[in-house]
Design a protein. Structure first.
Length: 429
């Protein structure tokens, strides 16, 4: 143990570890050199994704391209291992200001990727193959320390990767995410989701933004809040809300097109040239078309799921809205593909559909639960604004434990508030 600690604390000059990794293919390494090589590789074990959704990240294309280029470079130039490629491709500047090829100086410097670049990224499999090559070469050179048992044990540790949904290990209070205190299966991400603003006493979890109900809630709210400055006959202007027919046209269009810009709204609502949208800043030096290129609404989750189902030979119309919400919840709180498969299979979805859904991702959550949203939605559908709908369904004062007001008591006595609001909503849409 003292020898291992000395590897981290010693300040004496020592051979470059990348060069040692290459030397391990051709000469017998000492025990200290073996330790340095194995520790070095364990800290740089290459890229391996356990999630299809991860491959859709913005930088994933650059990363995968770098991995493929390095694999091609190793094959084309006949490099035996990753370290041999890095040493051979590296260059340094000598005292005369000339670049010296890596094979001459046998050292590698500055191989850590900088922000936004991945040119030194290699796959986990390439690292595993290098480990096997070093162990095989050392055994052939008579090094008894590099046994097959040690190789298997080292690779088991090297390739192990904790499930994202488990959270940290050990005694961390954020770990052990797979099973809740009541024995219900849940992920570490689910435990971190906040409680609904209106259903706080019932401890209802907030709904993910990537869900059918939340996106429809946002869509209806935006449509109801939209105001337009229209031209009067006398040249003046007045502010007006949308008619029921205009609202219906926008809502229908939102489910037909991925994004709706204000420019699209202008055409959809047959607006006059002098009409403008409230909330947009029209500048004298800025073209109206440029201003109205801004996105008014985008149902990203809906259209992502729609395309995924199409690839699987299904229509999104065949999936109940409640099931779409459950899909959104699963994709938001479960990150590993294996756990997503388990949870999505409970919805009685086919394996083909599940595989198409795995690349999708959800992350952020709203402030309301599915229960609250589904109670509010029918009133939004009828044209009530969000503040009025909240007052009719579940006032914030009640959610926080305050006494029910006379108005709301009368409202409930009239039977206008019913727990089955959500069922009525889903049955009619």
């Amino acid at each position: 143990m003292e020898q291992i600690e000395a590897l981290y604390t010693q300040r004496t000059p020592s051979p470059d570890v990348y060069a040692l990794r290459v030397s391990g293919l051709d000469r017998r390494l000492t025990a200290e050199e073996i330790a340095r090589v194995l520790i070095h590789i364990a800290h740089r074990r290459g890229f391996q994704s356990n999630r299809k959704s991860e491959l859709r990240d913005s930088d994933a294309g650059k990363l995968l391209k770098a991995v493929q280029e390095n694999e091609a470079r190793m094959q084309t130039k006949g490099y035996r291992t990753v370290a041999e490629m890095l040493v051979s491709e590296a260059t340094v500047m000598n005292t005369e200001g000339k670049l010296i090829h890596g094979r001459s100086h046998s050292s590698v410097s500055n191989v850590r990727n900088k922000a936004g670049e991945y040119r030194h990224t290699v796959s986990r499999q390439a690292i595993v193959e290098e480990v096997r090559a070093i162990f095989t070469a050392q055994r052939a050179l008579g090094n008894d320390l590099m046994s097959e048992a040690l190789e298997d044990a080292y690779l088991h540790i090297l390739c192990s990767q904790r499930n994202f949904d488990d959270g940290p290990g050990g005694d961390s209070p954020y770990g052990h995410g797979l099973v809740s205190a009541s024995g219900v299966r849940q992920s570490i991400y689910e435990r971190m989701v906040g409680i609904c603003t209106f259903e706080y006493k019932q401890r209802e979890k907030r709904a993910p933004r990537s869900s059918y109900s939340f996106e429809r809630f946002q869509l209806l709210t935006k449509v109801l809040n939209l105001r337009i400055y229209r031209q009067k006959d006398d040249g003046g202007r007045y502010l007006c809300a949308l008619t029921e027919d205009e609202r219906s046209r926008i809502i229908q269009c939102a489910y037909e097109q991925t994004k709706i810009t204000y420019s699209k709204l202008r055409k959809l609502l047959n607006m006059q040239d002098a009409d403008t949208f409230s909330g947009l800043t029209y500048g004298a030096n800025r073209a109206r078309e440029k201003t109205e290129d801004a996105v008014f609404v985008e149902l990203k989750f809906y259209h992502d799921v729609r395309r995924a189902l199409q690839h699987a030979g299904m229509s999104i119309q065949d999936i109940p809205h409640e099931t779409l919400d459950q899909i959104g919840w699963i994709l938001s709180v479960w990150k590993s593909d294996d756990n997503r498969r388990i949870e999505l299979s409970k919805l009685e979805l086919s394996d083909n559909v599940i595989e198409e859904l795995l690349p999708l991702n959800g992350a952020k959550f709203g402030h309301l639960s599915f229960k609250a949203i589904r109670n509010i939605l029918p009133f939004l559908e009828d044209g009530y604004g969000y503040d009025v709908a909240c007052g009719l369904v579940l006032p914030i004062s009640r959610a926080r434990g305050a006494p029910e007001t006379e108005t709301h008591s009368a409202f409930r006595r009239r039977g206008s508030y019913e727990p089955c609001c959500a069922a009525r909503y889903f049955a009619s849409h």
